[in-house]
Design a protein around this ligand. Structure first.
Ligand SMILES: Cc1cc2nc3c(=O)[nH]c(=O)nc-3n(C[C@H](O)[C@H](O)[C@H](O)COP(=O)(O)O)c2cc1C
Ligand code: SF4
Length: 507
């Protein structure tokens, strides 16, 4: 075995090259890598793009796509003789119902309007603006040195945009303070939370900002290797990234850049699962601590950031931490909000962190129909009633509401949507995407989904009598964030919309 088990790291990519798992492909990959066949089966079967690689149409099962008629679309495609598979969120909620064709290319069936913030050079990411290939922020970071750069990142107040909102500078300092000098920077581009499609737009429109942000981070924490783990279904985004890497070869010559494609598992967005996957294994979250800053990729100090977090860095370095900080309201900076569901122009809008739902929906052309509920930050954030439309969409304010900003994948539901049905769709997502290693999550996600299905078909609310206890077990007994929050859609909907769970006619 080569140093670090790098042979092992090739297992998943080799299986994909071989067209998926089969007796023949596993034997071949085992011969080539020295990894036992049983291990290769175990890893390969975990990932949908390796386990079920065939050519078929993939229809998105995410909340927004379900609301937009994914079931009817699937029936129509099947009636046309197409082989269809329903898959977890494709990250295309602004094109709902989203579909990939047999070659994984995006198909747009409905001619819906989609939006993005208009060009404004005062915005850090300015998605619709000109592309800057100067790499002047990297140059400036080198002039400032690691301590000077860290001071700017700290002054900016930048919080990780992957969901948890953890202060970026603390992680940077954490990696820098390690005695181990073999260090890594990893970019999490595995976006897959239902309702979320912001990283997709950054990769397509401003990939140089991502690369430059990662390079500034690597220079600061003194890492030589940068890994970008990009979800397998992001084929256009991968092309945009590859092009940008090609264009920046000279500017980034001090770093070794590696792009690794994901293989179809939502859980690999969780940082520890992502690291396992990078190492060629099943994407099952590791227990924390130790945190990646101490023991991450290959057991070495690793700085992991979301695409959007990385893309904020160049503007912070160029214009100063204080400038970025002042752009937000109670919390610092701008934020890429994804908005979809019952609004006029779904899309990605860069706005001050802490705008309200009404302000965000204004940017998206207004509500469609009469809004009753919204999910502020992806499936994990549950549902809030529309009377919370004035709550700032930031980390602290939403936590105070028992919800979370998470990935800022905001979905609006109008009075045409059956809230219990919306809950069932979210629960199905978690059940499908649980990695299965801890019992409360593996069993709890299935149990809750079945109870809600039972209620939907019988109309009898007593089906849900154990839901709170099961939700508590999941929150307390799960290893990672998926299991901890998977009961949230049901719990929040029962709290805020009790009328949606009253006795009803059998369906
Ligand atoms: C179930 C689950 C899924 C996640 N998916 C993503 C994801 O798709 N992209 C992402 O950047 N972070 C995701 N995260 C958060 C990561 O674990 C990690 O906190 C993040 O990548 C760190 O980057 P940041 O500091 O820039 O936010 C997920 C977390 C959990 C618990
Ligand atoms: S909580 Fe769920 S997804 Fe997370 S490690 Fe446990 S079984 Fe896997």
């Amino acid at each position: 075995m080569l140093k670090h088990g790098v042979n092992r790291e090739r297992v998943l990519a080799l299986l994909e090259e071989e067209g998926g798992v089969s007796e023949e492909s596993v034997r071949k990959v085992s011969r080539e890598t020295g990894v036992p066949e049983a291990d290769i089966w175990g890893a390969g079967l975990f990932y949908t793009l390796i386990n079920r690689p065939g050519k078929r149409v993939r229809v998105c099962d995410g909340l927004t796509c379900q609301m937009a008629g994914a079931d009817e679309l699937t029936d129509r495609l099947r009636a046309e003789g197409k082989e269809c598979e329903r898959v977890s969120c494709l990250g295309q909620c602004d094109r709902a119902p989203a579909t990939l064709d047999e070659s994984m290319a995006l198909v747009t069936y409905e001619g819906r309007k989609r939006g993005v913030t208009p060009d404004d050079p005062e915005l850090p990411m300015n998605l619709a603006g000109a592309v800057d290939r100067s790499y002047s922020a990297l140059e400036k970071a080198r002039a400032l040195g690691p301590d000077g750069t860290l001071d700017e990142i700290a002054a900016s107040g930048l919080q990780g945009r992957g969901g948890a909102g953890f202060p970026a500078h603390v992680k940077w300092r954490g990696v820098r303070s390690q005695a181990e000098t073999e260090r890594y920077v990893v970019c999490n581009a595995d976006e897959g939370e239902p309702g979320t499609f912001k990283d997709r737009e950054v990769l397509l429109r401003q990939p140089h900002e991502v690369l430059e942000g990662l390079a500034v981070a690597a220079a600061t924490v003194e890492a030589g290797d940068i890994y970008i783990y990009i979800r397998g279904e992001f084929t256009d985004e991968r092309r945009a990234l590859d092009r940008a890497i090609e264009e920046s070869r000279e500017a980034l010559s001090a770093f070794r850049l590696h792009v690794v494609t994901g293989h179809g598992a939502y859980i690999c967005g969780e940082e520890m699962a992502l690291l396992e996957s990078l190492e060629g294994k099943r994407g099952m979250p590791r227990l924390k601590p130790p945190f990646p800053t101490e023991s991450g990729f290959r057991g070495k100090p690793t700085l992991m950031h979301n695409v959007e977090t990385a893309a904020c860095v160049p503007a912070i370095v160029r214009r100063g931490g204080a400038w970025f900080h002042a752009l937000g309201r109670e919390e610092p900076g701008t934020k890429l909000y994804c908005i979809s569901g019952d609004v006029q122009t779904p899309g990605v809008y860069e706005l001050p962190l802490g705008v309200t739902l009404d302000e965000l929906v204004d940017a998206a052309g207004g509500y469609e129909g009469t809004p009753v509920a919204f999910s502020p930050g992806g499936a994990s954030s549950g549902f809030l009633p529309i009377d919370r439309r004035d709550v700032p969409l930031d980390y602290k304010s939403l936590a105070e509401q028992g919800s979370m900003l998470g990935s800022a994948g905001v979905v609006v539901l109008n009075d045409k949507v059956d809230i219990a049905q919306a809950v069932a769709w979210q629960l199905e997502f978690f059940e499908r995407e649980s990695c299965g290693q801890c019992a409360p999550c593996r069993i709890g996600t299935r149990y809750l989904r079945r109870q809600v299905d039972g209620y939907m078909s019988s109309g009898d609310p007593s089906s849900l009598r154990l839901a709170d206890d099961v939700g508590w077990e999941m929150e307390e007994g799960s290893i990672c964030g998926l299991g901890m929050v998977a009961a949230k859609p049901l719990e929040s909907a029962r709290q805020h919309f009790p009328e949606a769970f009253k006795p009803r006619e059998r369906s």
